[in-house]
Design a binder for this molecule. Structure first.
Ligand code: NAP
Length: 306
């Protein structure tokens, strides 16, 4: 059995790092477990324009690292590990990870969400070979090429716009004739000469032998199929919460998200949730950070009563 902590935070995105900052500043012995880079999903964003305090925007990687530095300055401990399970015992909660077990009196679940797979033939086989979920990481590989983006939400449009910096043309393929993305992103996309749109269209298959070479697409209203020649496809069809290891342990909604009250308390005493993992989350970096702070304050009150 590892060291016992007051609070363990799972996830090092804006929610987890903000919870870590607040918990450490109240002198709670706090451990944050993160499997990848600090900052979570914002590290995929080349420029975060809607986080207050940065009028010219800031790179997601830099924002994540600044949040990390600020939290560890006040004593937050961190470990790089993947969480495999959680045990709710009489004397505490045990978190099982790839690097061993850790126990705490309170746990803040802030593991965020991951981009969904499209679920079509060719997607898995050509992943990393032209199929991508990260325009910032892979966009520069496709200079002066034609690439496709699937989806009509903020992620698809924002990442599509980013890709216009590299690609000769970005074809956004959406299953409806209207984007879900915010007005600002829509206006920018329609004004960008490198952006093209395929409406009412779905992808049936991603084509290519050892690299993506095209897409087999279908118009949903006419049923007409055609082949589109492209060098890469970036998939942004929504996100799923990272809660697989919590199934059967804590209540989840039908999408796998965690219901909480406004104090970020789950139905289980001493377990809190914040950020994109939470039911009804606004899925914004700033709201995740706010929820992380609220969760830490609630955890502090819970521990004070113990
Ligand atoms: P989203 O809003 O859930 O959008 C997913 C898009 O994919 C929708 O347009 C949806 O179509 C489409 N889609 C879903 N399943 C599909 C399928 N099987 N085949 C084809 N298309 C499919 O996801 P998101 O864009 O990742 O955004 C998630 C949250 O993060 C949102 O709250 C968003 O505002 C936020 N976000 C904010 C920013 C920002 O502020 N800078 C950036 C990125 C994301 P329908 O429209 O027909 O449902």
């Amino acid at each position: 059995m590892g060291i016992a902590y007051d609070v363990i935070i799972i996830g090092g995105g804006p929610a987890g790092l903000s919870a870590g900052l607040y918990a450490s500043r109240t002198m709670l012995r706090t451990l944050l477990i993160e499997k990848g880079i600090f900052g979570g999903q914002i590290t995929n964003a080349a420029l975060v324009e809607n986080y207050p305090g940065f009028p010219d925007g800031i790179s997601g990687l830099e924002l994540g690292e600044l949040m990390h530095q600020q939290a560890i300055k006040y004593g937050l401990e961190t470990v790089t590990a993947e969480v495999r399970g959680i045990e709710l015992g009489e004397r505490g909660k045990t978190i099982k990870t790839t690097e061993g077990e850790y126990t705490a009196k309170a746990v803040i679940l802030a593991g965020g969400a991951t981009f969904k797979r499209l679920g079509v033939p060719g997607e898995e086989r050509l992943s990393g070979k032209g199929v991508s979920y990260c325009a910032t990481c892979d966009g520069p590989l496709f200079k002066e090429r034609v690439v496709a983006v699937i989806g009509g939400g903020d992620s698809a449009v924002e990442e599509g716009l980013l890709l216009t910096r590299f690609a000769s043309e970005v074809i956004l393929i959406h299953r409806r004739a209207q984007l879900r993305a915010s007005r600002l992103f829509q206006e920018r996309a329609f004004a960008n000469k490198k952006m093209a749109f395929l409406w009412d269209t779905v992808v049936d298959e991603i084509l290519g032998d050892d690299r993506v070479s095209g897409l087999s697409v279908r118009h949903v209203k006419t049923g007409k199929t055609s082949t589109l020649e492209i060098s890469a496809v970036f998939i942004y069809v929504g996100q799923r919460p990272n809660t697989d290891y919590l199934r059967g342990r804590i209540p989840l909604d039908e999408e796998g998200r965690i219901p909480t009250n406004e104090r970020m308390e789950t139905e289980i005493k001493g377990i809190f949730a914040a950020g994109d993992i939470r039911k009804n989350s606004s899925q914004q970096a700033i709201t995740a950070a706010g929820e992380g702070a609220t969760a830490a304050l609630s955890a502090e009150k819970f521990l004070a009563k113990q």
